[in-house]
Design a protein around this ligand. Structure first.
Ligand SMILES: [Fe+2]
Length: 344
C-alpha cells in the first residue's frame, strides 16, 4: 500500500488513506465523509476485502450528499431514495467473495438488539472501474479464503436458482460455479499461493456479483441480513455455515411440490458444474450437490451459529424478520427455522 501512495506522490497526486476494520457501520461512513467532504475529492479507491470495498463504495456515494448515510439505507425508518450523485469509485478486491467490485450496493450494518444489515443501493454505485488481480489474493489465509469463497458460491447458486434468473445470469452463474468447483478446495489448502487457482475463485466471485445484481439471492442471504444484523458473524462465515442445509431444505420442498419441478434440474445442473461430473439423473444430481456442500462443510469445519451466541430460543424471532423473495421456492416458517436449528 505504501508503494502505491508513494507512486501517487511522485505523480503529484494528493491522496489520503483510511483503514477499515470489520463490516462498515453508518458511523464509520459518516465519520469518513465528514472528514473529507469539501476537500474536492476526485476519486475514491478501495483496496481490500468485501467490507473495505463496501465502505469505499458508501463513502464515494455520500461525499456529495448532506445527510447521514442512514437516511439512504433500504428498509430503515425515514428512508430517502439516493439521487445517484457520487464521486467516482475504483474497487480493487484482495479477497474473492462478495463480488462488490461489480455490484450496485454497499452493505452497511449496526449489529445488536434492533440491529440491521442492509443495503445502500443505486445503479450509479456500480464501481467506475474494478481491478481484479488474483496476485493480490495469494496471501489470504485459508479460513478467510474458505468463508469469502463460500459467499461467492452461495451467490452463484442462489442467483442461478432465483425465479428472476435469465439466460444471461444463468451463463455467468454456471461458468462461475465450474471455475469455483475445480479450484475451491485447492485454494483453501495447497494451492492458495497459486495465481491460477486464485484466478478461478476471483472469476467466480466476479460472476457472482453480476449474477446477484440481475437475478437476486435466496434464503441464505435473507438470513445474512436478519442474523447478520443481530449477531457479530462475518458474512462469508454465515453463508458457509448455512448453504448446505438451506440447499437440502430447498430441494426437499421442491420434491414435495412436484417431483419434476424445473428447479430440481437446475439444482442438478449447478451440482454438475460444481463437481465437474455429469449426474445420471436429476435426482442423483441434486443428491450429489447436497453431498458436495456437506462434505465441504465437514472438511473445512464451518462453525455453527451457536459459536456466535445464537440460541434456539431466538430462532422464531429471526424467522419472523427474515425476507427472501428470490429464493428457489417459498419456504414456510418451520422450514426456515429448520435450516437455522440444524446449524446451531
Ligand atoms: Fe453475499
Amino acid at each position: 500500500m505504501q508503494s502505491l501512495l508513494d507512486a501517487f506522490d511522485r505523480q503529484g497526486m494528493n491522496s489520503f488513506q483510511v483503514s477499515v476494520e470489520g463490516e462498515p457501520s453508518p458511523e464509520l461512513v459518516d465519520r469518513t465523509v465528514s472528514e473529507f467532504r469539501g476537500r474536492e475529492i476526485d476519486v475514491v479507491a478501495a483496496v481490500g476485502g468485501g467490507s473495505v470495498l463496501d465502505a469505499g463504495k458508501a463513502v464515494s456515494a455520500m461525499l456529495l450528499q448532506h445527510h447521514s448515510v442512514e437516511r439512504f439505507i433500504e428498509g430503515l425508518d425515514g428512508f430517502m431514495p439516493h439521487d445517484g450523485r457520487k464521486v467516482p469509485f475504483i474497487a480493487v478486491p484482495t479477497t474473492s467473495g462478495t463480488g462488490s467490485e461489480v455490484t450496485n450496493n454497499a452493505v452497511i450494518s449496526r449489529v445488536g438488539h434492533d440491529g440491521f444489515k442492509r443495503s445502500l443501493r443505486h445503479p450509479a454505485f456500480v464501481p467506475e472501474a474494478a481491478i481484479v488481480d488474483p496476485e493480490l489474493m495469494t496471501t489470504v489465509p485459508a479460513s478467510l479464503t474458505a468463508a469469502s469463497g463460500m459467499d461467492a458460491c452461495t451467490q452463484l447458486l442462489e442467483a442461478y436458482l432465483s425465479p428472476f434468473a435469465t439466460p444471461y445470469t444463468d451463463a455467468l452463474a454456471l461458468s462461475g460455479l465450474e471455475r469455483f468447483g475445480r479450484s475451491f478446495l485447492s485454494a483453501c489448502t495447497t494451492g492458495g499461493s497459486l495465481v491460477s487457482i486464485r484466478g478461478d475463485i476471483a472469476y467466480a466471485a466476479l460472476m457472482s456479483g453480476i449474477a446477484l445484481v440481475n437475478a437476486g439471492l435466496g434464503i441464505v442471504h435473507g438470513f445474512a441480513s436478519s442474523v447478520g444484523g443481530l449477531y457479530e458473524i462475518p458474512h462469508g462465515v454465515l453463508c458457509a455455515t448455512l448453504l448446505a442445509e438451506a440447499t437440502k431444505v430447498n430441494i426437499r420442498k421442491l420434491r414435495q411440490l412436484d417431483a419434476a419441478h424445473p428447479s430440481l434440474s437446475r439444482y442438478a445442473k449447478a451440482g454438475g458444474a460444481l463437481s465437474g461430473d455429469s449426474p445420471a439423473s436429476v435426482n442423483e444430481g441434486c443428491d450429489q450437490l447436497v453431498g458436495l456442500l456437506g462434505a465441504w462443510q465437514e472438511l473445512l469445519g464451518f462453525p455453527g451459529l451457536g459459536e456466535f451466541g445464537v440460541r434456539s430460543g431466538a430462532l422464531d424471532g429471526i424467522v419472523r424478520i427474515t425476507r427472501s423473495k428470490s429464493n428457489a421456492v417459498t419456504l414456510a416458517p418451520d422450514e426456515m427455522r429448520h435450516i437455522l436449528a440444524a446449524r446451531l
